[in-house]
Design a protein. Structure first.
Length: 177
């Protein structure tokens, strides 16, 4: 069984909570069709990653699906909701982790991608492959996404030391977008 990857695009939202080393967002959207290549249109369905939510700590966060370098961090939370598979990832305090966080904060790395193995699929009458069950191998921060804004880095949790009114208004404006 081969490992497949899918990339998703997003917008960054900053929240004034946490320690600044956790990113969160939709890893894969549900009920959103995507043309992966000319012969494949797929859609993930609710329940596709049900099993992984019980073992989130085993899922590593990579940069660009590169398994030859150390991971950026690992999942702390994975859960299914109506939008898709939601994840929270703790970024390790390393040089590459710091660089990745800075790129996320700057809005350069805004996309998530998954590495998965299909376990149960169904093909619809119009040829769309419905992903009903899949094994989630990893999640990656990537430059470009396949599903548009449906899968996204939604937030970086951070602490604001002695926040002033302007800082709080800036954070709230980003959250409301």
């Amino acid at each position: 069984m081969s490992l497949e990857t899918r990339r998703y695009e997003s917008d960054l939202e900053v929240r004034a909570e946490g320690d600044g080393r956790t990113i969160c967002g939709i890893c894969v959207p549900y009920d959103t069709e995507a043309r992966i290549h000319p012969g494949l249109v797929e859609v993930f369905r609710m329940g596709a990653f049900e099993a992984v939510t019980r073992a989130a700590h085993r899922v590593k966060l990579l940069q660009g699906h590169d398994q030859q370098v150390l991971p950026l961090g690992k999942a702390t939370t994975l859960r299914e909701d109506k939008k898709g598979l939601y994840g929270e990832f703790r970024i390790s305090k390393t040089d590459v982790g710091d660089q990745a966080l800075e790129l996320v904060r700057d809005g350069v790395l805004t996309n998530l991608s998954i590495g998965f193995q299909p376990l149960k699929d169904r093909k619809t009458s119009n040829g769309v492959v419905e992903r009903l069950k899949a094994h989630l191998a990893e999640v990656s921060l990537v430059t470009f996404g396949a599903y548009g804004e449906a899968a996204s880095v939604q937030a970086v949790r951070e602490i604001i030391e002695k926040p002033n009114l302007a800082q709080l208004e800036n954070v709230l404006a980003k959250i409301r977008r």
